[in-house]
Design a protein around this ligand. Structure first.
Ligand code: HEM
Length: 525
């Protein structure tokens, strides 16, 4: 949820027509960002060391933390919205702990599992901070970004709704149902031989899944192309932008009414909120007419096992607005994340035919053409490792953000001031050659299929696709089952081949997206 397009860095680095920037070899001008006395020069030869050296004197006692050098050639990646790739490059230059700064931006970037573990396990000392502030316009007081007491109470209320009994009901009632819908759609495509954008299909499928599971509402996005998908994407992009805007102009209501970006974001948020509100109202009416519902394990056996129904049935007192914001949190957090996991897993499998063949052999042995049950998913060990490995290579989101609530010292002796923003680069940790053999290769076997499912605890925070500590993902089991069932159904039925000649670039919209889609041809097996 927190991947960043560093607008302030971008603006600071962009060679504007009247930009006054200094040449690397000259003494840096120690005034604020737009320094004044240096001549304009050919942008191609300009280094931006001045930008980073501006703050080299900042924060006494932090000298042990090197500062990343932002250069002009970094602009392309910044413009493509793939800051996380630059964070990786800077890790190579600066090591696993460094400072990233420019204009109002000042982050300590962590690519070290011990430091990440420390920060994630010390929620309280390290709050969500910046993320909560910039995402408030979307999530309101929803528990995905709320802090302190609200977060604690609401997380406690929601977690039982994702009980394993709930998940087993979901496998057939929702995951298989939505996958069948996708299969029907792909069957038609297979007959025409046309290429299909699988990224878009997975985004639609996961919206249908989260709609049914959280609200018992069928968006039917696979058939009708719901506007909610674009709205969620727009709102998350706006969250990213706000995290790195030079001037927080969006705090001024009048400017929000004028600025096209803000108007677009406001429209998107209002669409999402209205949708959630309608669904809550509908469900309330049903619950009222049925009288008191059952809770917990008994409850999930009822015909509507949605999270909303569970929360309405619970004895926990909650305002309508808080309920709506919590559900919105789940809708947004649970949609694109799983969609992106499906996209990149299918991409990786299509690039690794031997791995794909092994997956299909496992599917044929375990399922023999059947739909998977919960028990079957436990036997799909190799496919599970493919998903685990896909989330290592493509973590969603690629960075996590926290803010130090007090002065502190990280493992390794790195001192942080109170209020310091921290970026944990999950992408860097997952790609670090110091931590992984053949770090850039897709090797599902690196996680023993007969061993435990990799997580933050059994890898000592080398593997953290669902984060760790108190704010760890609440939907991790849900997401893994959803991905397993979808891929099992899809890959036993179809051969998916990448359309040749595509440039599958990466960008972020909280999760890692492709830049132009993932076009594939589909053939029945
Ligand atoms: C493979 C898919 C998914 C991935 C990779 C993923 C990843 C994450 C990560 C990394 C966090 C923690 C962020 C942080 O530490 O700052 C998180 C939080 C969260 N996720 Fe997921 N998630 C996935 C699926 C889901 C699903 C399906 C749901 C809902 C059913 C969900 C609901 C949430 C919520 C509500 C939070 C906030 C928890 C809190 O702050 O207490 N996620 N997710």
């Amino acid at each position: 949820m927190e991947a960043l397009a560093p607008r302030a860095l971008l603006l600071a680095a962009a060679p504007r027509s009247n930009a006054r920037i200094s040449i690397a070899s000259r003494r840096p001008c120690h005034r604020r960002i737009v320094c004044c006395s240096h001549k304009r020069v050919n942008s191609a030869t300009v280094s931006l060391e001045w930008l980073t050296s501006l703050v080299s004197g900042r924060g006494r006692g932090e000298t042990a933390i090197p500062t990343a050098q932002v250069r002009l050639e970094d602009l392309t990646k910044l413009l493509q919205g793939s800051l996380f790739l630059l964070l990786f490059k800077w890790m190579g230059e600066c090591g696993p702990v460094y400072r990233l700064t420019g204009g109002p931006i000042n982050f300590i970037v962590l690519s070290d599992p011990a430091a990440a573990k420390y920060v994630l396990k010390n929620y309280g000392k390290y709050a969500k901070g910046l993320v909560s502030e910039v995402a408030e316009f979307l999530f309101g007081s929803g528990f995905a970004t709320a802090e302190g007491q609200i977060w604690m109470t609401r997380r406690r209320a929601v977690v039982p709704s994702l009980h394993r009994n709930f998940l087993s009901t979901m496998v057939d009632g929702v995951f298989c149902k939505c996958s069948e819908r996708l299969i029907d759609k792909l069957d038609k495509v297979a007959q025409t031989g046309e290429a299909v954008n699988m990224e878009a299909q997975f985004s639609q499928l996961t919206l249908d899944v989260i709609g049914l599971s959280v609200f018992n509402y069928d968006f039917d996005a696979l058939t009708t192309d719901s506007p909610v998908i674009q709205a969620v994407y727009t709102a998350l992009k706006e969250t990213e932008s706000r995290a790195t805007d030079f001037v927080q102009y969006w705090k001024v209501p009048l400017l929000c009414q004028i600025d096209p970006r803000q108007r677009k974001a406001a429209k998107a948020v209002s669409l999402i909120r209205n949708t959630v509100e309608d669904l809550v109202e509908k469900c309330k009416k049903i619950v009222d007419t049925e009288g008191e519902c059952l809770e917990g394990e008994e409850y999930v056996n009822k015909s509507d096992p949605s999270v909303l129904r569970f929360l309405l049935a619970s004895r926990e007192e909650v305002s309508s607005q808080q309920l709506r914001d919590d559900l919105l949190s789940m809708l947004v957090a649970g949609h694109e994340t799983t969609g992106s996991v499906l996209t990149w897993t299918v991409y990786l499998l299509s690039k690794n035919p031997l791995v794909l063949a092994k997956v299909q052999e496992e599917l044929d042995t375990v399922l023999n053409g059947r739909k998977p049950t919960v028990a079957d998913t436990r036997e799909l060990k190799y496919l599970t490792r493919c998903i685990n490995e896909s989330m290592r290579l493509y973590p969603h989101p690629p960075v996590l953000i926290r803010r130090a609530q007090e002065q502190d010292t990280l493992p390794g002796g790195y001192k942080l001031e109170r209020g310091q923003n921290v970026m944990i680069s999950v992408y860097n940790i997952h790609h670090s050659p110091a931590l992984w053999e053949r770090a850039e290769d897709f090797v599902p076997e690196r996680f023993d299929p007969d061993g435990p499912i990799p997580n933050e605890s059994n890898t000592d925070f080398r593997y953290i696709p669902f984060s760790g500590g108190a704010r760890k993902c609440v939907g991790d089991q849900f997401a893994m089952l959803e991905a397993l069932v979808t891929l099992a159904m899809l890959l036993q039925r179809f051969e998916l081949e990448l359309v040749p000649g595509q440039d599958i670039g990466m960008t972020t919209g909280a999760t890692i997206h492709t830049t132009k889609g993932l076009f594939m041809t589909v053939k029945r097996r």
